[in-house]
Design a protein around this ligand. Structure first.
Ligand code: TYM
Length: 337
């Protein structure tokens, strides 16, 4: 068809939107957080419009010490930037600074079934905030008309609920929310504990050998890898039943980009000791610049503040558009006619 309306033929495509978040529950992120999610956040910044958020409102679903929550939030923000999130390229902000998240979460709670939330959690002994945690997460994502959500595999179920809520809302009121997809890495979607490779690596593990934190010293990282639980065989090969070795191979592969076959060849005829040391050194080397950048940023609180204020302002403007649309559709009387 002839274009006679002054519309450019090659209208540039809308840049896709990425949103993701991380809890500030303990100061440092784990190697699981990093390889499963945060490392990818940085890599996506040039190609997409990205928004990344420290989710302190999610964190209070379990009891927090107020002083610690405050300081953990600032250090989590600094660590996020140290991991390569550039506040000039991406919107980097703190959830409680942007009130649209809690506002939309309330609306979505009224469009989420009790039964759906019951399936998400064991709800004995929990507060209502933890029970409705997935609706707040849906609000985070849907406010930005997000296309892709880079997360580890443990967030998949929550993301599916976000999609269900969005589809339901769109079905009732017409197109309001973009339906988001999970963006889950191939090799590092679930990093396992170094002490028990059948369990997910987690920041709350009581075994100090289980979890590598991004701010651990080089020595401590190498020690943790040297003591990693493996099996009684000798072969560095990715195979069912070799949970410990599989985990170390996926960590090594995620950082070096080597395939499992290449790693197998590299360590052919060598013992597990050599392999564990190599993985430990590779991880320590990957994290070294992050630790250095973190220290530099934490020494400049004024800069951090200017970044998160700017991030919050940008996030408010974008998210308000979606919230206005939602309020109009559900029949909330506007504050000014
Ligand atoms: P959180 O803070 O528990 O974890 C942050 C990110 O790290 C990933 N992750 C892992 N990936 C691989 N292996 C592991 N062992 C591992 N441990 C954690 C998680 O999958 C996650 O991507 N509910 C979310 C935070 C959130 C959010 C959002 C995420 C709130 N709103 C909106 C995305 C979009 C959480 O508690 O993540």
């Amino acid at each position: 068809m002839e274009n006679n309306m002054n519309i450019p033929e090659n209208k540039p495509e809308r840049k896709k939107v990425i949103f993701s978040g991380i809890q500030p529950t303990s100061g440092a992120f784990t190697l699981g957080n990093y390889l499963g999610a945060v490392k990818n956040w940085g890599l996506l910044q040039d190609e997409y419009n990205c928004a990344y958020c420290i989710v302190n409102q999610h964190a209070i679903t379990v009891r927090q010490d107020p002083k610690e929550l405050k300081s953990n939030t600032l250090s989590a923000y600094a660590l996020m930037l140290a991991c390569g999130i550039d506040p000039k390229k991406s919107i980097a902000f703190i959830q409680s600074h942007v009130s649209t998240h809690a506002e939309l979460a309330w609306v979505l709670n009224c469009y989420t079934q009790f039964g759906e939330l019951s399936r998400m959690t064991q709800f004995k002994d929990i507060n209502a905030g933890l029970f409705t945690y997935p609706s707040l997460m849906a609000a985070d994502i849907l406010l930005y008309q997000t296309d892709l959500v880079p997360v580890g595999i443990d967030q998949k179920q929550h993301l599916e609920l976000s999609r269900d809520i969005a589809v339901r809302f769109n079905g009732l009121y017409g197109n309001t929310f973009r339906i988001p997809d999970a963006y889950i890495p191939k090799t590092s979607a679930k990093i396992m504990s170094l002490a028990d490779p059948t369990k997910k690596m987690s920041k709350s593990d009581e075994n100090v050998k289980a979890t590598v934190f991004l701010l651990d010293s080089k020595d401590s990282i190498i020690k943790k890898f040297k003591s990693a639980v493996t099996d009684s065989e000798m072969e560095v090969v990715y195979r069912e039943g070799k949970d410990g070795i599989n985990n170390l191979m996926s960590i090594y592969s995620a950082i070096t980009k080597k395939s499992y076959e290449e790693i197998q060849r590299e360590f052919e005829g060598k013992g597990y000791g050599d392999f564990k040391t190599a993985v430990g050194e590779t991880v320590a080397e990957e994290l070294r610049p992050i630790r250095e950048e973190y220290d530099r940023l934490m020494a400049d609180k004024a800069y951090l503040e200017s970044c998160y204020r700017d991030g919050a302002q940008k996030a408010r403007t974008i998210s308000q558009r979606t919230l206005d649309k939602v309020y109009k559709k559900i029949g909330f009387l506007p504050a000014s006619l």
